[in-house]
Design a protein around this ligand. Structure first.
Ligand SMILES: NC(=O)c1ccc[n+]([C@@H]2O[C@H](COP(=O)([O-])OP(=O)(O)OC[C@H]3O[C@@H](n4cnc5c(N)ncnc54)[C@H](OP(=O)(O)O)[C@@H]3O)[C@@H](O)[C@H]2O)c1
Length: 334
């Protein structure tokens, strides 16, 4: 097999030849057709993800075909087209993951490879209308979007939702899901082109967050919203409290732009706002999300696909925030 290995922090990934994995009892091997990138992978390469250790094979998202089964596993699984659930050990409480929770792709070797050794419990059937590349684009970003929007954000049809940083993978899934669920969707972005593209997909409008007065302008144009889903944080975070209507919800799943400067607690309590954190999701949420994708025949937006050996170019693209949609690696090519 081949794998993209991070041998040293802040160094390019190396394409290495490794012995083919052999499934032990209760294990399976997936011949990966595609993997997808998340910001997490970039941060791991930079040593910015908590607990990063090397050497490691990054990659949490993957789709492929079961190519071998170990003792005690139904051999009929061989040939099944699957996608990989990157969450392991969530635990019994749907409200929050337990202490054993782990994400595939550091510490365990991930999907930037031609093969993955895993267990059948981590595999799901691929939505039939999706290609392997599209299925690989789903797990982390679409699951995070699903939980943030519906479980934590309690979005209902007809409500108004603001999604920040639409160039992000999670943000774009939030927009697709919210549009499909009948919400009125607004976005922020540093790119007019990305705003136009999401408006073409059915969003009601968007605003460029690089304009210092963007929040004031947004409120004048569109008013306040029931729900804000944010993965950026940063100096503009405090402005979100102005854009949420009374009793509104602000759900955070990331902090790409760093720590917020100052939160106006008066606004928080006087407006009866709820600020809610969200991370990935449960196996049940993953299944519900895949069902929603199938019933609405949604296709993830893929920005571009790179050969596995060009994984460093894909990471550069992510580093520079150039993409609109997911960056995918073709793992079948080696
Ligand atoms: N909690 C979880 O389970 C979970 C899961 C996945 C991701 N995350 C986190 O969520 C964040 C996004 O990850 P991702 O992989 O979806 O996306 P990503 O590819 O990292 O996209 C980042 C996007 O953030 C936007 N952005 C950057 N600075 C911004 C700012 N000051 N204000 C508003 N938007 C800004 C940009 O959007 P424009 O290009 O439109 O300007 C950029 O394209 C990361 O922090 C990641 O670690 C968390």
């Amino acid at each position: 097999m081949k794998a993209l290995v991070l041998e040293e922090l802040k160094q390019p990934l190396q394409l290495q030849e490794r012995p083919d994995p052999q499934p032990g009892p209760g294990e399976v091997v997936v011949r990966l057709e595609a993997a997808a990138l998340n910001r997490r992978d970039y941060w791991i390469t930079q040593g910015l993800y908590p607990g990063t250790t090397t050497p490691t094979v990054p990659g949490s998202d993957g789709a492929g075909v079961v190519s071998a089964t170990g003792e005690g596993v139904d051999a009929g699984l061989q040939g099944a087209k699957v996608l990989v659930n990157p969450s392991k050990g969530w635990g019994d409480d749907p409200q929050a993951q337990g202490g054993d929770f782990e994400v595939l792709g550091m510490p365990a070797d991930g999907t930037f490879a031609t093969h993955l050794l895993t267990t059948p419990e981590q595999l799901l059937e691929r939505p039939a209308h999706l290609s392997a590349q599209e299925a690989a684009a789903l797990p982390i970003a679409a699951l995070t979007a699903w939980r943030a929007l519906f479980t934590q954000g309690k979005l209902q049809a007809g409500q108004r939702v603001l999604i920040t940083g639409i160039g992000g993978g999670v943000a774009l899934f939030c927009a697709q899901f919210a549009i499909a669920a009948g919400a009125e969707v607004y976005v922020t972005s540093s790119s007019e082109e990305k705003i136009s593209r999401v408006v073409e997909m059915g969003a009601s409008g968007g605003i460029n967050y690089q304009d210092e007065n963007w929040a004031r302008e947004f409120r004048a144009r569109h008013g306040q919203v029931h729900l804000i889903v944010d993965g950026a944080g940063g100096k503009d975070y405090a402005k979100l409290l102005d854009l949420a209507r009374t009793a509104g919800r602000i759900v955070n799943y990331g902090s790409t732009a760093g720590a917020p400067e100052r939160i106006d607690l008066f606004r928080l309590f006087w407006k009866q706002l709820r600020i809610i954190g969200s991370t990935m999701g449960t196996a049940e949420e993953l299944e519900a999300m895949l069902e929603f994708i199938s019933s609405h025949q949604l296709h993830p937006v893929i920005d571009s696909t790179y050969a596995l050996r060009d994984g460093n170019r894909a990471l550069d693209c992510m580093k520079n925030h150039q993409q609109f949609g997911k960056l995918v690696l073709d793992c079948s090519e080696s």
